[in-house]
Design a protein around this ligand. Structure first.
Ligand code: NDP
Length: 678
C-alpha cells in the first residue's frame, strides 16, 4: 500500500515528506496509511518568510480588513467541509465529532470575524480601556494601546481537534495582525493539512500569513525572539519541556499553554433523583465521556454527587452508557468511534490501571465489549469506563491522573464545602460544571472554586434547552485554566486577540493621544467644520471636527411644561423647599432629560442628510444642576468613526453641556449612523 504523504507548507511552497518522516495510523483499522515530516525543512526560512512577508502584509490591513478576511475564509472552509468530514473518519471520529471539530472551528472563525468588526476599530491600534487622567488640568494623559507583535505565532496543537484546534488559535492571531506557523500533532495532521490547503487555495490570505509544519518542528523554537508567541495544546510533560527551554526563558518568549486537565462535574445538593437536574447531569456526563471517545481537553474526568445519590447516579449513568454503540465511526448508528491510535489506547489503559488502584470499575470492561463494523483487536477501540472511588479524601491519583479516553470516576461528597474541596484537588482545570437549581449553591461554588477553574458552567431546568454543553469552549468565553491546565488563556473574544499583541501604556498630551489612537481625546485641538457636521458624510467627517452651539436660557416655564408633558413631576423639579432639603440641589432644578432634549434641539441640523439615525447614548453624567435662569450651551465633537456596512458607519460624538460660567453641566457620547453618500 502506498502511503499518503502529508506535506508541509513552508516559505510559499509545499514541501514533500523527507528524511525522518513519522508514520500515521488509521485509528479504525490500525494500519499505517500516511506519513509526515521532513528533517530538512528550512525552519529559519519559514520564520523569515512569516516575519518579512506575512507580518508586514497583515499589519498593513486594519482590524476590520482582517475581520472581513476571516469571514471570507470561514465561508470558504464551509463550502469544503464535506472533504474534511470524509477525511476525519480515519482519526476514529464520528460525524457528530466532526461537527465539533470542523463546524465548531469554522463557527469560531465567524465569531472572531464578527467581534473584529463590532468590537475593534477600523484602524491599526486597539485601545484598551479609557483615557486615564494623569494631571490636574488634563494636559497630560494616559492610555493603554495594543499593537500587533512583529514576529510570528507558532501554534503547536493536540491530536484531538485537528481543525478546531488550528482555527481557534489562528482566528485571533490573524485578527491581531500576526502570521502563524501551525504545527498539528502528527497523529491527525493529514486533516489539518487538508484544511490548510483549502484556506491557501482560496487566495484569501496574504502570502506568508499561514505556514504548516507536518511532522517535527526541528529547532524552530530555538530561533524565536521576543516578538514571537508559542501557543501550545497537549500534554503537561511536553508543555513543561518546551516552556523551560533556556532559549524560551532567556528571551521571555510568550508561551501560552493549555494542557492536561482534570475537569469535573458536581451534582448539586438540591438535584435529587427525580428532578430535571438529576437527569440533565446524567446526560451531560454521559455525553462528555463518549464524545470524541473521551479525547477532549474539557471532558469530565471526576464526577461528584451527594453521597446518598451516588448509587442512583451510577445506575442511571450505566443505563445510558449501555446504549453507546461503539464501532466504525463512518457508520451513522455509531455513537462512539475509536481513539486516535493504538498508542493512545495503551496510554489510556495504563492510566486506567492507576485509577483502578483507588477506585472500583463499575461500568465497562476493556477486555470484553462489542465493536460494530470494525475489528476490535486492530482498531484503537475502548468501551466507556466508569469508576467509583469510595474514599475520595484519601485518594491521590484519582485527583491527578488524566486518562485521555472514555474514562471517568464518580465519588460522593458530604456537603457543598466538601464538594468544593474535592473539586479543587484537581489543582487547576479548564472547566467545572455544577448542575443545580439553587443560586446559593452556584454562588458558593463560584467563590470557593472559581480560582481553580478557567470556566464554571452552571446548568439547570431553566437553561438546559439553550445551554451549550459542559465540554464546549466558546469563542466568546475564556478557554484555559490555572495549574494543571497549563496556566494559559485562549479565546474570550477580544481578550484572545490581545495575546498576540503588545499592550503599551502611552502617556502624553491630548493631541498626542488623539493622533496615536485615532480617537478624539478631550483637550485636544478642535477642528472647525467647513459646514454643519450633520451635513457631512461619514467619510467627510474628521476626527476632532467640532461645533459650539448658541446658548439657550432655561426658564421655569420650560421646567413646568416638561414636567406636565412627560409626567416627571419629581419633587426636585417642582417643589422649591423640598429640593432645597436635598443635598444635591440648590432649589428647583431642570430635568436632566430636558437638558438633553434642548441639547439636541441646539445642535441638530433638521434637513434630510447623511445622519440616518441616533442609535444610542453612552456614559451620560450630570455634573452640575441647572436652575431656571441658567444658560446651557453645547459642544459637539467627532470622537470616533467605525464603518458598519457598505452604506453607513457609526459616528461617536463627544458632547458637553456647559452653563454661563463655563462649568460642565453634563457630558455624554452620542451615537449616530451616518451614510457614506447622500
Ligand atoms: P503531546 O504533548 O505529546 O503533543 C502535543 C503537541 O506537541 C503535538 O503537536 C506534538 O507533535 C508536539 N510536540 C511534542 N514534542 C514536541 C517537541 N519536542 N517540540 C515541538 N513540538 C512537540 O501530546 P499528545 O497529542 O500526544 O497527547 C498526549 C496526552 O496529552 C494525552 O494523552 C492527554 O493526556 C494530553 N492532552 C491534553 C489535551 C488538553 O487540551 N488538555 C489535549 C490533547 C492531549 P507530534 O504529534 O508531532 O509529536
Amino acid at each position: 500500500m502506498t502511503l499518503q504523504d502529508v506535506q508541509s507548507f513552508a516559505h510559499g511552497k509545499w514541501i514533500p515528506v523527507g528524511t525522518g518522516a513519522r508514520s500515521i495510523e488509521n485509528a479504525v483499522t490500525g494500519e499505517v496509511f500516511a506519513q509526515a515530516g521532513n528533517a530538512d525543512l528550512d525552519v529559519q526560512a519559514m520564520l523569515d518568510h512569516a516575519r518579512d512577508v506575512g507580518g508586514p502584509a497583515l499589519r498593513k490591513m486594519t482590524f476590520h480588513d482582517r475581520a472581513r478576511m476571516l469571514k471570507a475564509l470561514a465561508l470558504h472552509l464551509g463550502k469544503h467541509k464535506q472533504a474534511l468530514y470524509d477525511m476525519s473518519f480515519a482519526s476514529g471520529a464520528t460525524q457528530s465529532d466532526h461537527l465539533i471539530d470542523i463546524d465548531g472551528g469554522i463557527g469560531t472563525m465567524f465569531v472572531f470575524a464578527s467581534k473584529g468588526r463590532r468590537e475593534m476599530p477600523d484602524a491599526h491600534v486597539y485601545l484598551d480601556g479609557e483615557v486615564e487622567q494623569l494631571s490636574r488640568n488634563g494636559t497630560f494623559l494616559g492610555q493603554h494601546i495594543c499593537t500587533p507583535l512583529q514576529g510570528v505565532a507558532v501554534h503547536i496543537n493536540a491530536f484531538n481537534f485537528p481543525v478546531w484546534g488550528m482555527l481557534e488559535k489562528l482566528a485571533p492571531t490573524l485578527l491581531a495582525g500576526v502570521p502563524a506557523i501551525v504545527k498539528p500533532a502528527t497523529a491527525t495532521c493529514y486533516i489539518t493539512e487538508l484544511a490548510v490547503r483549502i484556506m491557501l487555495d482560496s487566495g484569501i490570505l496574504p502570502a506568508g500569513s499561514l505556514q504548516l509544519v507536518s511532522g517535527g518542528l526541528g529547532d524552530m523554537l530555538d530561533r524565536l525572539t521576543c516578538q514571537d508567541v508559542v501557543g501550545f495544546t497537549g500534554s503537561a510533560w511536553t508543555a513543561g519541556k518546551l516552556r523551560s527551554m533556556p532559549h524560551i526563558l532567556e528571551n521571555s518568549i510568550r508561551f501560552v499553554a493549555e494542557q492536561d486537565s482534570l475537569n469535573s462535574s458536581i451534582l448539586g445538593p438540591d438535584a435529587k433523583p427525580g428532578t430535571p437536574e438529576f437527569d440533565l447531569f446524567i446526560k451531560e456526563v454521559q455525553r462528555e465521556m463518549t464524545t470524541k471517545a473521551g479525547q477532549k481537553c474539557t471532558a469530565i474526568r471526576r464526577i461528584f454527587a451527594p453521597k446518598q445519590h451516588v448509587e442512583a447516579a451510577i445506575e442511571a449513568l450505566s443505563a445510558r452508557l449501555e446504549k453507546t454503540l461503539i464501532g466504525d465511526p463512518s457508520n451513522e448508528a455509531t455513537r462512539m468511534g475509536a481513539l486516535v491510535s493504538n498508542d493512545q489506547k495503551r496510554d489510556v489503559l495504563q492510566k486506567v490501571d492507576i485509577i483502578a488502584k483507588e477506585a472500583e470499575r463499575v461500568f465497562g470492561n476493556p477486555d470484553s465489549f462489542e465493536v460494530s463494523g470494525a475489528d476490535a483487536a486492530k482498531g484503537a477501540f475502548l468501551p466507556p469506563m466508569l469508576f467509583h472511588c469510595a474514599d475520595p479524601d484519601k485518594a491521590e491519583r484519582i485527583h491527578d491522573t488524566e486518562a485521555f479516553g472514555p474514562v471517568s470516576t464518580i465519588m460522593g461528597y458530604d456537603n457543598l464545602d466538601h464538594a468544593i474541596q474535592l473539586v479543587n484537588r484537581g489543582q487547576g482545570s479548564l472547566v467545572a460544571s455544577v448542575i443545580t437549581h439553587d443560586p446559593e449553591v452556584a454562588k458558593n461554588v463560584a467563590l470557593g472554586a472559581g480560582a481553580f477553574h478557567g470556566r464554571l458552567y452552571f446548568n439547570n431546568r431553566d437553561s438546559m434547552k439553550e445551554s451549550t454543553g459542559h465540554g464546549s469552549p466558546l469563542p466568546h468565553m475564556v478557554h484555559g485554566g490555572p495549574g494543571r491546565a497549563g496556566g494559559g488563556e485562549e479565546l474570550g473574544g477580544v481578550r484572545g486577540v490581545t495575546h498576540y499583541m503588545q499592550r503599551t501604556a502611552v502617556q502624553g498630551s491630548p493631541d498626542i493621544l488623539s493622533a496615536i489612537g485615532n480617537v478624539w481625546v478631550p483637550g485636544s485641538v478642535e477642528k472647525k467644520a467647513p459646514a454643519h457636521p450633520f451635513t457631512r458624510t461619514f467619510h467627510e467627517l474628521e476626527i476632532g471636527e467640532t461645533i459650539h452651539t448658541a446658548p439657550r436660557t432655561i426658564t421655569i416655564e420650560d421646567i413646568e411644561h416638561f414636567a406636565s408633558f412627560t409626567g416627571d413631576t419629581f419633587y426636585a423639579h417642582m417643589n422649591e423647599e423640598a429640593a432645597k432639603r436635598n443635598p444635591f440641589f440648590p432649589g428647583r432644578v431642570a430635568h436632566g432629560y430636558l437638558l438633553l432634549s434642548f441639547a439636541a434641539g441646539l445642535f441638530v441640523e433638521p434637513n434630510e442628510g447623511p445622519v440616518l439615525a441616533n442609535t444610542g447614548l453612552d456614559s451620560l453624567r450630570f455634573m452640575k444642576p441647572v436652575e431656571a435662569g441658567d444658560d446651557i450651551q453645547v459642544r459637539l465633537s467627532v470622537k470616533k468613526k467605525t464603518p458598519r456596512n457598505d452604506e453607513y458607519g457609526e459616528v461617536r460624538w463627544h458632547v458637553t453641556l456647559t452653563n454661563q460660567d463655563k462649568d460642565l453641566v453634563a457630558e455624554y457620547e452620542l451615537l449616530t449612523m451616518n451614510a457614506y453618500e447622500v
